[in-house]
Design a protein around this ligand. Structure first.
Ligand SMILES: Cc1cc2nc3c(=O)[nH]c(=O)nc-3n(C[C@H](O)[C@H](O)[C@H](O)COP(=O)(O)OP(=O)(O)OC[C@H]3O[C@@H](n4cnc5c(N)ncnc54)[C@H](O)[C@@H]3O)c2cc1C
Length: 515
């Protein structure tokens, strides 16, 4: 019989002995078990517990308060057989990957257009930028196979709720992520495993008859009679009835064309700007886990507050990670973060962001938010004129001074830093919000306002400043064109983008979730 055991608590220092502890607790001889959920309860620093939900299979009858009969709750979905012309999927980020995979399984033989390179070559191109400041504008940290999050922490935490999330995590696992993403409360894949997942999803799609065109940019689509004529740089025109656009928020050239020339309906959207903050990993681990920090994985935090109707929050935290130079444009600076699966680097970093509202940037055009974002990214570059990121230390930042040099915290930012007054490259309301946030977050995470922690500017691409409007069929104002994922304004991370891509593909193919 298979049993589900909930609320099974153990001390972090005993975590390596889980099997023995189950055996002893239930006095079992022969049994097998599987972890269904694992979380850390760190509310009481001197009594931290790891909390498991387990499936235990044994011949012995188990009874008790937290024991029930185990039921597999993996969601099942249908794959209706595709009829008609192959759909075209533009962009192979999380939205495009899940959409193309689903359509390939419906035998739609999707055509995938990706402006960047295959992950293997993209890695070289990204390294060229990180090591030598040579930027390929079509293949970089934002663009290329795997999308914006391919060089990331691969964090899968998200605010969205859907039974399909379990399906998505299972696909990541089947395609090469470690099994713990299926049960950890805050799962993450890590850059080193993401590249395997991305490649394996591509290989499955190819095996099912999908065709990839890397290093080719989608430039236009027109509806003529019942068909869409799709133009792609360097290729003959394609004809299709279904065009799925998973462009990401950095495809500003394509988004501008979609609004200005294709006349697709869009609206302005709030986004955020701020900095990356780098602390020593040990400082964060000790603040979160006290004496147990050595037994637990690198600590994560998520903090938020409000001032003057603006949200101030940490985002995309990378425990034991690196701050990454993440621009896709020449002569501009954009920060973000990444970690490998082991999260073992000496610093932990996070975005520290303040809300930017349409009223901050609106000059009468839907695309004003993109111009506003670009303006500050260029100002950030202008400070060093050399990709060195503008930065300051927390102590001096809070006192309206500029640090003379880095102190105890070494930076992981690859191009080096230029210590400066950050108000040269961020609006005043962002600067004020960051100060408020740092002081407030220190009350929630002791040590957050560590004098020597580094603030690195600017983090400006946490989400899109526009939303492409969709109807109830998830279709844009142009029939047959389906915007999806983060660039369309329907996601803010890997999981939500993948979910949106899957939902669009299921809508297009008329797939269903089975109960
Ligand atoms: C460094 C970094 C770290 C991150 N870390 C995390 C994290 O840990 N967890 C998390 O949830 N999120 C993270 N994010 C955010 C996350 O990556 C994005 O939310 C997610 O990738 C959005 O998915 P998407 O498919 O909508 O778009 P994208 O991933 O941006 O993919 C869009 C794709 O479209 C392609 N494209 C664009 N224009 C064209 C065109 N005209 N023709 C052809 N192809 C085109 C691009 O090359 C790109 O591959 C991170 C982002 C970055 C940059």
């Amino acid at each position: 019989m298979k049993y589900q055991i909930s609320d099974f608590k153990i001390s972090p220092d005993m975590d390596g002995r889980l099997e023995d502890i189950i055996k002893e607790k239930f006095k079992l001889n022969k049994f097998s078990f599987k972890i269904i959920q694992k979380s850390i309860d760190a509310r009481h620093k001197d009594d931290i517990k790891i909390i498991y939900k387990l499936m235990v299979e044994t011949d012995k009858a188990l009874k008790g308060k937290n024991i029930s009969i185990y039921k597999d709750d993996m969601v099942k979905i249908t794959y209706p057989k595709w009829e008609g012309k192959s759909p075209i999927v533009v962009g192979f980020g999380p939205a495009g990957m899940l959409a193309a995979l689903y359509l390939a399984r419906c035998n739609a033989k999707p055509i995938i257009i990706e402006r960047g390179s295959k992950i293997e070559e993209r890695k070289e191109e990204v390294n060229d930028f990180l090591n030598h400041k040579v930027l390929n504008p079509n293949s970089n940290v934002q663009f290329g196979e795997g999308g914006a999050g391919a060089f990331s922490d691969g964090k899968l935490v998200s605010n969205v709720k859907s039974p399909l999330i379990k399906y998505i995590f299972n696909e990541f696992y089947i395609h090469g992520a470690k099994e713990n993403i299926l049960y950890e409360a805050k799962p993450h894949i890590g850059t080193d495993y993401l590249e395997i997942v991305v490649k394996n999803i591509r290989l499955e799609i190819e095996k099912l008859g999908g065709k990839f065109y890397f290093n080719h940019k989608f430039i236009d689509a027109k509806r003529i009679n019942d068909e869409l004529i799709v133009k792609v740089e360097g290729l003959d025109d394609f004809k299709t009835n279904h065009l799925l656009l998973g462009l990401g928020h950095s495809a500003k050239d394509t988004i501008r064309h979609m609004y200005n020339d294709m006349h697709m309906d869009m609206e302005q959207k709030a986004f955020s700007m701020g900095v990356r903050v780098e602390h020593p990993k040990e400082l964060i681990d000790k603040a979160q886990y006290g004496k147990f920090y050595k037994y637990l994985p690198a600590a994560y935090y998520k903090l938020s507050t409000h001032k003057n109707d603006r949200g101030i929050y940490t985002f995309c935290m990378c425990p034991g990670g690196y701050v990454l130079a993440s621009t896709s444009d020449d002569f501009s600076i954009v920060t973000n973060g990444m970690s490998n699966n082991d999260r073992a680097n000496f610093n932990s970093n996070s975005a520290l962001l303040v809300d930017v509202k349409p009223s901050d940037y609106d000059k009468g055009n839907v695309l004003d938010g993109i111009d506003y974002q670009e303006k500050y990214e260029r100002l950030a570059f202008e400070i060093s004129k050399d990709y060195k990121a503008p930065a300051n230390l927390i102590k001096e930042f809070l006192n309206d001074e500029v640090a003379k040099s880095l102190r105890s915290v070494k930076t992981t930012y690859p191009h080096g830093l230029c210590l400066t007054d950050l108000s040269k490259c961020l609006p005043s309301y962002v600067i004020e919000g960051l100060k408020e946030g740092i002081i407030d977050f220190d009350k929630k995470l002791h040590g957050f306002n560590y004098d020597d922690a580094i603030l690195i500017g600017i983090e400006s691409r946490s989400s899109s400043p526009v939303r492409v409007l969709r109807n109830e069929n998830l279709e844009s104002s142009i029939k047959g064109i389906y915007p999806m994922g983060e660039g369309a304004g329907y996601a803010g991370g890997i999981t939500s983008a993948a979910l949106d891509g899957l939902k669009v593909a299921m809508k297009v193919a008329k797939g269903e979730i089975l109960k």
